[in-house]
Design a binder for this molecule. Structure first.
Ligand SMILES: O=C(O)C1=C[C@@H](OP(=O)(O)O)[C@@H](O)[C@H](O)C1
Ligand SMILES: C=C(OP(=O)(O)O)C(=O)O
Length: 433
């Protein structure tokens, strides 16, 4: 199992490449599916297995947190994790690291434990919003101690059961608030009727993923009314969860041919999926690239790029930094909108990309909900990565085009892919991976 420790910072020069690519890459499992499968397996009516789970800081933190809550999680076989649920324990201490999935998905699970469960995480995690989940739990009768912060650190004082019922939240800052409550809801005595009240919910495909996986576990979920979910109380079925490759982590690889030419195949890209990263296929097409199903996956083939583009990435916002970096090192204007909520991701990603792309010579206009990038005369810089794996992905894509870009820290990629630097190096320098 990979370590859940906050990684030591490591400066790293991104590899530069001039020749077109011809590569086939395998991407580790989806963070979001692994996190959901672990939670559902922990609440299930028997032992479950996860096939090809993601083994990275976020998912190891999730596994360790569940273990501290009394669930057996055996990660000794990296291809197959087994989860044996048990009586939930209190007096547990959950380390969330910087993982949104852990800090949001586990408080409703902790509410089912018979006592106090404390939550803490990295300093950068203290800025990330959790309030709507905590307020919803309070409204459902669960005692929470957060000194009014609505953020880490906090503790959940469970009584061994949650009554459930109707509750409203504002999920405009993160879809994870909804997912968190839905995943634990079948174990609430009365189930849950959850209504979203507020601005648009971002990252909607993740809600389809949550509802889809709940249904696969035999739970009845009614999502027929927009922004309202009804989850019936009942057992969560133990099962085998087969985890797909993580399509968000595929982004820098899939976009690389648009920078240096050639073609790249991401193996095992599912033909049908609820993963938000699947939106990349559409984005690549709109940029002028071609995608085809070949060589055991999705192949991206470089073609002359379209000059100007505009994207609403509210559904797939995690690709914003990487796409913005692509815009800086290719041609034309790119406007990205609909992603105000990424200011509350691992770092303020809009602010970070505006700063770092200007440093390498791009002209960047900042909007409340996005940015517009116009390439300029580019030169190498130290690219600050702000503890954020997606900013590191952006930096390496820029580094393919601009020789000598140094990432202030590449170890932050361990959040979702500890081997990322070595895999990227081999990809960028080699004939194929
Ligand atoms: O539920 C999930 O697994 C996720 C939902 C999204 O969160 P937001 O809705 O906060 O964007 C996404 O950005 C995150 O990487 C994973
Ligand atoms: C926003 C992200 O992560 P988290 O699950 O921590 O919110 C991400 O992985 O891009």
């Amino acid at each position: 199992m990979n370590t859940a420790e906050k990684p030591q910072k490591r400066a790293w020069t991104a590899p530069h490449r001039e020749q077109p690519l011809d590569a086939v890459v395998s991407i580790p499992g989806s963070k979001s599916q692994t996190a959901r499968a672990l939670v559902l397996a922990a609440l299930a009516d028997g032992p479950s297995t996860l096939v090809r789970p993601l083994n990275s800081r976020d998912t190891v933190l999730m596994a360790q947190a569940l273990e501290s809550l009394g669930v057996e999680v055996d990660t000794s076989d990296p291809e197959r994790w087994t989860v044996v649920p048990g009586e939930l324990r209190s007096d547990a201490a959950v380390d969330c690291g910087l993982a949104g999935t852990v800090m949001r998905f586990l408080p409703p699970v902790a509410a089912l434990a018979p006592g106090r469960v404390s939550f803490d995480g990295d300093e950068a995690a203290y800025k990330r919003p959790v309030k709507p989940v905590l307020e919803a739990l309070k409204a459902l009768g669960v005692a929470i101690e957060d000194e009014g912060r609505g953020a880490l650190p906090f503790s959940v004082e469970g009584t061994g059961s949650v009554k459930g019922g109707a509750v409203s939240i504002d999920a405009s800052a993160s879809s994870q608030f909804v997912t968190a409550l839905l995943l634990a809801a079948p174990r609430f005595e009365q189930g849950l009727e959850l209504t979203h009240v507020g601005g648009e919910i971002p990252s909607r495909p993740y809600l389809d993923m949550a509802v889809g996986m709940l249904r696969e576990a035999g739970v009845t979920v009614d999502d027929s009314v927009p922004d309202r979910w009804k989850v019936e109380p009942g057992p969560v079925a133990a099962r085998e969860w087969v985890v797909e490759p993580d399509l968000q982590n595929a982004a820098p690889f899939a976009l690389a041919p648009l920078v240096v030419g050639g073609r790249v195949t991401v193996t095992g890209w599912p033909r049908e999926t609820t993963q938000a990263g699947d939106h990349l296929r559409e984005v690549i097409g709109e940029l002028g690239g071609r995608t085809e199903w070949s060589r055991g996956g999705l192949t991206v083939v470089a073609q002359p790029m379209n000059a100007n583009s505009r994207f609403d990435l509210s559904d797939a916002s995690e690709i914003t930094p990487t796409l913005a970096a692509l815009a800086a090192v290719t041609k034309g204007h790119m406007e990205i909108r609909g992603v105000e909520h990424i200011r509350g991701h691992e770092t303020d990603r809009i602010d970070a990309m505006v700063t770092e792309l200007r440093k390498i010579g791009a002209t960047v206009e900042e909007h409340a909900d996005g940015l517009t990038v116009i390439p300029g005369l580019l030169s190498a810089s130290v690219f600050e990565t702000y503890d954020d794996h997606r900013i590191a992905h952006a930096a390496v894509l820029a580094g393919l085009a601009v020789r000598g870009i140094e990432l202030s820290d590449v170890a932050c990629t361990s959040k979702t892919w500890p081997e990322f630097p070595e895999v990227w190096e081999e990809f960028a320098n080699g004939e194929g991976v």
